[in-house]
Design a protein around this ligand. Sequence first.
Ligand SMILES: Cc1cc2nc3c(=O)[nH]c(=O)nc-3n(C[C@H](O)[C@H](O)[C@H](O)COP(=O)(O)OP(=O)(O)OC[C@H]3O[C@@H](n4cnc5c(N)ncnc54)[C@H](O)[C@@H]3O)c2cc1C
Length: 466
Amino acid sequence: MSLDAELRAAFNGELVLPGDPDYANAIARWAINAERKARYVTFPKDTQAVSAIVNWADSNNIPIAVKGGGHSASGSSSSEDGLVIDLGRHLNKVTVSEDKKVFFIGGGALWEDVDRAGVENGVATPGGTVNHTGVGGLILGGGYGYLSGEYGMVVDNLVEVTIVLADGRIVTASEISEPDLFWALRGGGGNFGVVTQFVLKCYPQRPTVYGGRLFYPGERIKEVIEVARKWWNAGPSAKEAVLLTAARSPAREPVVAINVFYNGEVSDGEEKFKDFIALGPIVNTAAEVPVPVINTFQNTVAVHGRYTYMTATSQAGPDPDICVSAYHEVLKTSEDGAVDTAFILELYPHEKIASVPVEATAFPARKSQIGVLFMARWDEAGQQFADRAKNEIRSIKDVFIQGASKQAGLVDPEPGYSNYTSEEKLPASSTKNIFKGNYARLQRVKHQYDRNNVFFRWYGIEPAAA
Ligand SMILES: Cc1cc2nc3c(=O)[nH]c(=O)nc-3n(C[C@H](O)[C@H](O)[C@H](O)COP(=O)(O)OP(=O)(O)OC[C@H]3O[C@@H](n4cnc5c(N)ncnc54)[C@H](O)[C@@H]3O)c2cc1C
């Protein structure tokens, strides 16, 4: 029997091979540069099928990649000439328990599936702010969203996972079952196996919230950041959040856009964000919206199928001088229209996240700071564009790094959120720098569950010596 036929017979699900009509679709990723020409793309129908695929790949010495939603720009859910286990076609169901205390979420579901099940049951949990992002990578890397002020990181709400290990065993991990593995899965990424189900706590949720987008001409960035700083320094309630994007509009006009979110009545939301509204945005869509709508605000810009470079850092808070200087770089680098550049301040009240001790989960970045995401997107193939995008983002990021050293109260401005990496190959020093004091324990768990490094993509963890 040929290897192809052997694999096809080995598991319950579909196999797509190079040359098949749906091959291009099967290897497509949110960022074009994350695509790789896999030799086998598998779509398992259940957890046993995942186990059979892992065993087959192991016995044939074929490298594995696991795809959830396919949004990592690093290529870590793709495999050049290897085998992909794509969970997105069948292992994507989301249900809510009868007592409405937890979500059961397939390892290949998208956040829109969670949002839909949540609104049908009057519950919610923190999740991704762009609803077509996958749950898999986002949860395993930590995860935050509009509800993080109230309920913390996504991993802080994880109750249990079902996971296929490197040797094909299927286990559940929780505080009481395989606790070390459970610790590592809360922030340590896809380094330990294939998660086919996540169980996440959920909370009673009103059906509508106050939210929307406010747009200002780019020349008003200093005033907008001053208001953002005042709002941030006043200590927003856990029910509020702001995402601030400094970029150009699709019509190439300099624009600063803020997403406002308040988990409550419109009148209270308008009061919370009155200083932003008083600035007189050129567009203000903020209104009472059904909960799932808040995770669609960015869908029109976060479209599939563009080349993308992302990276991140952290800051003590919004700083007008830093943001104005960085915005000059954004406008300069995006002037000719070949590469779109932007920075995004992620302003989620941090007390709940910081209330969990850093060593309680593998997720390492819990100090009270704001996240800054840098993004370049472009449409032309060619290394020169990739190099240019990376250099331009470096010049924007450098403004924040240099400025950060002058910010009082800032602890460790680099690195930023691990899930925003775009690098396919990261040296061990990067992984150590991300996980810091948690790295040694991750190495021990890696040795226990995947000592041959079957799951080696994303931030690789070197198994501890025996
Ligand atoms: C448009 C956009 C918006 C975003 N918004 C947010 C946000 O609001 N909050 C936030 O925290 N992050 C956000 N992110 C970052 C996001 O967390 C990462 O891109 C994450 O990798 C996406 O997960 P995925 O399953 O779609 O990715 P994939 O590319 O499928 O996977 C990423 C990594 O996770 C592994 N993986 C995925 N699923 C599984 C699984 N079930 N079992 C084992 N390993 C698995 C893959 O093997 C790969 O290594 C955003 C990213 C994008 C592109």
